[in-house]
Design a protein around this ligand. Structure first.
Ligand code: NCD
Length: 305
C-alpha cells in the first residue's frame, strides 16, 4: 500500500503496474452507477500551481466517481496564500486540516516530496516542474497495454522536449521494467537528462539518441510525441529556435508501421497536425480517457483499506 505517490520510482513494480492496469480496464467497462465508493466520507483536495486541463479534471472526476468530496484550488500560484508569501509547507499543513488526501501540481522539481515531508495525509504528485509526473506515466503504460498487450518487445521513440518533458521521464522509467528498446529523438539542447540515461544503462536497456526521425520512423512501434515546454525556457529565443523541430503530419505517418501507435500526453501546440487525428494509430485522445480510469484505480489502491 502506498502512502504518498510522489515519484515514479514508487511504481517500479511489474505486479503493481499489472494490477493497476487490470483494475483500470475493469473500471472502464463498468457503468457509472456500479462504481464502488471506497472514498465515501473522505475529502480530497486538488491544488494546482500550474495550468492543467486533463490531469486536474480527470483526478477531480475520479475523486467524485469514487464517492469522495472534492475541494479544489486551481491557479493556486495566484489564488492561494502562496501569493501572499506562504510557504508550500504551510499551505500543505493547512490543507491537512480539511482533507484526507491532496493532489498537487507545482512548478518546482522536488515540490511533491517537500509536501509529503510535512503532510499527514497522502500527497499525489500531479507533476513537479520538469521532474516527474508519475500518474501520466501510469496512464501511458496502460494505453500501451491496451493497444499492444504488453510493452515487451516494443521499439519506443520519444520525440521532442525530452529535457523538460516530465511525462517522458516517468514513462521511460516505467517501461524500463520490460524488454523494450528506446529511441530518443530531440534537438541537441533538449536531450534526455543524463541521470535517466545512466539508469537505463544500468538496467541494460538499449537506447539511441538521434536528432532526426528519418531513419527510424518506419520501425517504431510507439511514437511518443511531446510539446516543447515553453514555460521552462529562460530565454524566448532558445524556445523559438527549437519549437518546430518535429511536426508530425500525414506524409510522415504514412511511413510508420501499420500497427504502430501515436501517443502524446497533450496539450499539443503544433507538433501533431490535426489531420493525423483521424488515423487509427492516433491514440492521444484515448490516452485522456484512459487517464480517468487509471487515476480511479490509483485512488482506490491508495485509499481503500
Ligand atoms: C503534460 C504535463 O503537464 O507535463 N500534460 C499532462 O499532464 N497531460 C505535458 C505537457 O504539458 O506538455
Amino acid at each position: 500500500m502506498l502512502k504518498h505517490a510522489i515519484s515514479t520510482t514508487q511504481f517500479l513494480d511489474k505486479g503493481l503496474l499489472d494490477r493497476l492496469c487490470k483494475r483500470a480496464a475493469e473500471l472502464a467497462a463498468m457503468p457509472l452507477a456500479e462504481y464502488p465508493k471506497p472514498l465515501e466520507h473522505l475529502t480530497i483536495a486538488s491544488i494546482f500551481f500550474e495550468p492543467s486541463t486533463r490531469t486536474r479534471l480527470s483526478f477531480e472526476t475520479a475523486i467524485q466517481n469514487l464517492g469522495a468530496h472534492l475541494i479544489t484550488v486551481e491557479n493556486a500560484g495566484e489564488s492561494s496564500s502562496g501569493k501572499k508569501g506562504e510557504s508550500l509547507e504551510d499551505t500543505i499543513r493547512v490543507i491537512n486540516c480539511y482533507a484526507d488526501g491532496i493532489i498537487m501540481r507545482h512548478p518546482e522539481i522536488g515540490s511533491a516530496a517537500r509536501a509529503a515531508a510535512v503532510s499527514q495525509v497522502p500527497i499525489i504528485n500531479a507533476g513537479d516542474g520538469a521532474g516527474d509526473h508519475p500518474t501520466q506515466g501510469l496512464l501511458d503504460t496502460y494505453t500501451i497495454y491496451k493497444a499492444k498487450k504488453s510493452p515487451n518487445g516494443l521499439k519506443i521513440a520519444f520525440v521532442g522536449d525530452l529535457l523538460f518533458g516530465r511525462t517522458v521521464h516517468s514513462l521511460a522509467q516505467l517501461l524500463s521494467l520490460y524488454k523494450v528498446e528506446f529511441v530518443f529523438i530531440s534537438p541537441g539542447s533538449l536531450r534526455m537528462p543524463k541521470e535517466y540515461l545512466a539508469d537505463l544503462t544500468r538496467k541494460g536497456i538499449k537506447y539511441t539518441e538521434l536528432d532526426s526521425w528519418d531513419k527510424v520512423i518506419g520501425d517504431v512501434d510507439v511514437l511518443y510525441m511531446t510539446r516543447v515546454q515553453k514555460e521552462r525556457f529562460k530565454l524566448v529565443e532558445d524556445y523559438m529556435a527549437v519549437k518546430d523541430s518535429f511536426i508530425l503530419n500525414l506524409p510522415i505517418v504514412k511511413k510508420m508501421k501499420k500497427d504502430a501507435i501515436i501517443m502524446h500526453p497533450l496539450p499539443r501546440v503544433n507538433e501533431i497536425e490535426p489531420a493525423v487525428d483521424a488515423d487509427p494509430r492516433a491514440m492521444y485522445f484515448q490516452e485522456v480517457r484512459n487517464g480517468l480510469y487509471m487515476r480511479m484505480a490509483l485512488l482506490e489502491h491508495m485509499f481503500d483499506n
